[in-house]
Design a binder for this molecule. Sequence first.
Ligand SMILES: [Zn+2]
Ligand SMILES: [Zn+2]
Length: 417
Amino acid sequence: MAPQLSAPSARTAEQLVSPLMTGLLELYLDLHRHPELSGAEQRTAARLADRLSALGCTVASGIGGHGVVGVLRNGEGPTVVLRTELDALPLVEQTSLAYTAPADLGAMHACGHDVHIACAVGAAALLAQDTDTWRGTLVVLGQPAEEDLSGAQALLDDGLERYTGRPDVILAQHVTPLPAGYVAHAPGPVTAAGATLELRVHGRGGHSGLPQLAANPVPAAAGIIVALHALQAREPVVVTIGTVHSGTRPNIIPDVVTLGLSLRAATAAAVERAIAEVGRIARACCAAAGLSQPPELIRGAESPAGVNDPEAARLVRAAHERAFGAARIAALPPSTATDDFPRLAALGGGAPVPTVYWMLGSAGAQRWRDAPGASAAEKAAALPANHSPAFAPDPAPTLRTGVAALHAAARAFLALP
Ligand SMILES: [Zn+2]
Ligand SMILES: [Zn+2]
């Protein structure tokens, strides 16, 4: 996998994007105003498909749900996949932006997948207008349902390979509250292994005035919630209880409490140990509360840890250093974020396809300057993060660098004419 082409030189990488900016901002704002939840990305997928068709890509839609693939064949050479997610989150946006998503949609692009879509379209546009300078196949992949960690597997199960063959490399970037204009790289692990769980604590419902005739599952669930925090002290694992549902009225003892859990750790084995521990803690709390029925632990979506292919990651980093200068490349510390992107390494079968994933700064200059804190880490922590209803990438500088970063990375693998 030797680099065949050099990336555009430092001054030109983002200048190349300038003529596309009006169209890309229009796409970004349209997507931002029309967020769609995981599995319901119909409109978003159609917008992406339209843009890719207009660039001359052969487009297929409805793969693994609302998955979209746009293929630009340009002679013999490597196949490079640029992956973007399509889905938004069930949040009501709380920013003061002029293009806020309407509250009645009950969704928001709080993870920045709208940025990723516009960046992938921009990179494809640059390559489509420049086909005499490279050879190979460019694939833009719009993946549905990333937020529930199901979409990548659904694409594979629905025969994504029919459209892509076995690619030579799969690339993805993700926005983060670092300064716009920067990218962050890691040579190895980039995202954590994760699992979602539903834990049902069963009691016996009844009248609140007659608790001796019922078995209230709520105190047991409260005990489980407190005890699960001790788990984090024993093993480097992040346990988040994101949902707690039970009951209808204060004077009715409910039958069941349902907890929604998210677990993250460095490896799938550590996640597995944590799941077993959650089960033990839940059973012990239920027994201590005198509930006769053991709790149910239902496994949901899981994703493996994301580990960059070292050689491919080195090529992308080198391309970004040429494009942006070494001063604009930040080091990416180990993360507890999860993404089902690593599953795509199984595309085409056989040995895993090399994957590279990097982070893209999204905080505008003013916002970054105003963020409290002396160090970059303090400032990044002070800004609203992904999945916050106040998450607000600065579109123009983020798209400019994001398009240039994907373009430079793709060119690092495509062949010379
Ligand atoms: Zn997310
Ligand atoms: Zn995301």
